[in-house]
Design a binder for this molecule. Structure first.
Ligand SMILES: Nc1nc2c(c(=O)[nH]1)N[C@H]1C(S)=C(S)[C@@H](COP(=O)(O)O)O[C@H]1N2
Ligand SMILES: [Mo]
Length: 164
């Protein structure tokens, strides 16, 4: 076997072991802006230690505030988050079709005081493999983990239609 084939297989094996093979998140902004974030892009963003509340146990995770990720597609934040922006929704989609809706205002630290929405890329001290990872939504304050989407593949901003 060619050496490059062997090393390619090794690299693929490593990525499979960490669950990071070709996994990325598709971002879409309110005006249709798009961005693709790889595991490396997400690993390079500032992280905080957060606690994920699961059924009957907790898990310590390293996670990126969702606001930093939403900024990549121009999400309105801070003082810009007013008026029509109050009808902006974050749809977090997962590989199995599960999806979760959050209000954009919930991702804003000026509004909420402290970050409450995070994207975790490490929990219990290690990268997460599917079907939990490589990326998992963490909603601080939730007593049940139903909004903690596992294996997140997309984050889309939407505006609710205006009413007549
Ligand atoms: N992608 C995905 N994420 C999901 C779900 C799901 O069906 N698909 N179920 C949710 C629900 S209802 C719960 S209770 C938790 C369970 O998390 P656990 O499997 O890590 O215990 O995952 C949440 N995240
Ligand atoms: Mo659940």
């Amino acid at each position: 076997m060619q050496a490059w084939l062997v090393s390619g297989a090794l690299v693929a094996g490593l990525f499979a072991a960490t669950g990071a093979a070709g996994q990325s998140i598709a971002l879409t902004g309110l005006a249709g802006e798009t961005a693709q974030l790889s595991a490396a892009d997400i690993a390079a963003l500032p992280h905080q230690a957060v606690t994920l509340q699961l059924e009957g146990k907790t898990e310590p995770c390293d996670a990126v505030p969702l606001s930093l990720i939403l900024a990549k597609v121009g999400a309105p934040q801070g003082k810009a988050l007013r008026g029509p922006e109050m009808a902006d929704v974050i749809e977090v989609g997962a590989a199995d079709g599960y999806h979760v809706a959050l209000a954009l205002a919930e991702a804003d630290s000026l509004m909420r005081g402290e970050d409450q929405l995070f994207l975790a890329d490490r929990c219990a001290g290690a990268p997460m493999a599917p079907p939990e990872g490589p990326f998992r939504l963490v909603v601080i304050g939730d007593k049940r983990p139903a909004r903690s989407a596992r294996q997140v593949t997309s984050i889309t901003l939407l505006r609710l239609p205006s009413r007549p």
